[in-house]
Design a protein around this ligand. Structure first.
Ligand code: ABU
Length: 380
């Protein structure tokens, strides 16, 4: 259903670029370096977290990240975008299900990882880390509110995964380190990552929304079964399973960033595995721009993301894009393509799960469902 003109619309967003009117911005409150679990083995002795340890993120870093997220929320509100914020849990708590016990949760600074908005639906992703299994609870007060306010809002949750040991390949990280470059390349080509196909798994941030076409990356947190589940869940969309030449991939939003109809950023270090990926864009008249490298040469302490967070932009409308304020090469590039570039300081948040795209989740963009890829490729 296309519901773009009703004044009472609360939830509706079909793509990454229509005018943004309503958004959720994450929070850093209570953020933890999560306890080890099969899929997460942090080893950061130089920053106080050697392998096997966990605990609260340093208070000063948390305050700086929180202040940048608050400033992002203020900036968006000043530009007329309505902003909601999640309700943090006590992330330091041990949590369990009948299948496992996990020493701590993590944080709620990256709503994009958890919530997938497609049209008038918000889907809670399965997630694939035990430390993030309960993160959806941070958004429940908002989702309840949208459900009351918007009679057309479809509130959905993907099947909660069991995340037993059978979901993870044992010794994945040790084995990965022992592989030759050629063996690693072969695994990348097979998308042979830590999660098995035991049950459907996906993070919402592995999905790029381009109208009728959804590009879903198979990654360390999204498996083939999760992509199949999404394909069945969105029968009116075309769900493309994509993968890129990237060791240990984690979320598509530093690899493929759509900017407006016909224009997208791609990552020059992460070409697609299948040539059909670029051919699909090109035969539908899209220009793919290679992102410039980050202005930075070093990541923030405790940052688990790559320097390609410079690509992790938030598009406000097809002429306006928010870019991290120190990323001058990216700002210059987008300025050259005619965008109004809004610089937003957010680098402190990179140690808390991401950049501008990660730190936000769409509630409403003004627009309708369109087909930007009328010329499809059989089998892709
Ligand atoms: N959540 C986005 C992280 C992507 C990257 O580190 O490249």
């Amino acid at each position: 259903m296309n519901r773009t003109t009703d004044d009472d619309v609360v939830v509706c967003s079909w793509n990454e670029w229509d005018p943004l009117e309503y958004v959720i911005v994450g929070r850093a409150d209570g953020a933890m370096m999560q306890a080890p679990e099969p899929a997460v083995q942090n080893d950061l002795p130089e920053h106080g977290f050697p392998l096997g340890t966990f605990g609260p993120m340093p208070e000063d870093a948390r305050e700086r990240a929180g202040a940048q997220l608050d400033a992002l929320a203020d900036l968006l509100e000043a530009r007329g975008v309505r902003v909601d914020r999640p309700a943090p849990l006590d992330f330091s708590r041990e949590v369990s299900t009948p299948d496992w016990t996990q020493g701590s949760m993590a944080m709620c600074s990256a709503p994009r990882d958890v919530l997938l908005t497609v049209g008038n639906e918000i889907l809670e992703a399965t997630m694939s880390f035990r430390s993030r299994w309960y993160e959806y609870l941070c958004y429940r007060p908002l989702l309840e509110q949208y459900h009351r306010a918007d009679p057309a809002f479809r509130w959905e949750a993907a099947p909660k995964p069991r995340l037993t040991d059978a979901t993870y390949r044992p010794d994945f990280f040790r084995e990965w380190e022992s592989l030759s470059a050629e063996e690693q390349r072969q695994r990348i080509e097979r998308s042979d990552w830590i999660i098995t196909e035991k049950e459907p798994l996906f993070d919402a941030a592995d999905v790029a929304r381009l109208g009728k076409d959804l590009f879903v990356q198979q990654s360390m947190v999204t498996n083939q079964s999760g992509i199949d589940w999404l394909r069945r869940h969105y029968p009116d969309h075309r769900v493309h399973r994509v993968s890129y030449v990237e060791p240990l991939p984690w979320h598509i939003d530093a690899t493929l960033i759509p900017l407006r109809p016909g224009l997208a950023l791609v990552n020059p270090d992460r070409p697609p595995i299948r040539e059909e990926h670029h051919r699909l864009f090109e035969q539908n008249g899209w220009e793919l721009i290679e992102a410039p490298r980050s202005a930075r040469t070093e990541k923030m302490p405790l940052c688990l993301c790559s320097l390609w967070l410079n690509m992790n932009c938030l598009v406000l409308d097809p002429k306006t894009v928010c870019v991290e304020a120190t990323e001058t090469p990216m700002m210059d590039l987008l300025d050259g393509y005619g965008f109004e570039v809004v610089p937003v300081p957010l680098y402190e948040v990179s140690a808390f799960g991401g950049g501008l795209h990660c730190a936000t989740a769409d509630v409403h963009r003004r627009g309708s469902l369109e087909d930007y890829f009328p010329k499809q490729i059989e089998g892709f």
